[in-house]
Design a protein around this ligand. Structure first.
Ligand SMILES: [Zn+2]
Length: 135
């Protein structure tokens, strides 16, 4: 499963970062996923819950934000967003195959919110937020 591999590498990064910042309990993870990364957010959340169960990340909310695909026109170097499969440069018109994708594929870890052992630092109160469990 595609999402499982991503979840595993994500957990590795989160645990690594948490250790570096002295976080003993992770509350929230903010992740940016490119529209072309072919990630199903629900599947990624499910996989992530599964493998993080016995870690400090177990109760964390995984906030996934989808980002648009941005391409760069090979002719005029203009960057623009595309909604779907239609790549049309605002200046040159439709773009032939072999275009230069500048974003839309990648996964970016934006932030990790958590609590460190020493201080009771609850950075943001996530009230009203329901974390889907089980399944
Ligand atoms: Zn162009």
């Amino acid at each position: 499963m595609h999402e499982m591999a991503i979840a595993e590498s994500l957990l590795g990064i989160v645990l690594d970062e948490s250790g570096r910042h002295g976080i003993t309990r992770v509350n929230r993870i903010q992740l940016q996923v490119g529209a072309l990364a072919a990630v199903v957010p629900a599947a990624l959340t499910f996989c992530f819950e599964l493998i993080s169960r016995d870690t400090i990340v177990a109760d964390a909310v995984l906030a996934i934000e989808m980002v648009a695909v941005v391409v760069r026109c090979p002719e005029c170097k203009e960057r623009f967003e595309v909604d779907n499969q239609f790549y049309v440069c605002p200046r040159c018109g439709p773009i032939p195959a072999g275009l230069d994708l500048t974003s839309g594929r990648e996964l970016t870890l934006l932030s990790i919110e958590g609590e460190s052992g020493d201080e009771d630092e609850s950075s943001e109160s996530p009230c009203g937020e329901e974390y889907p469990r089980g399944q």
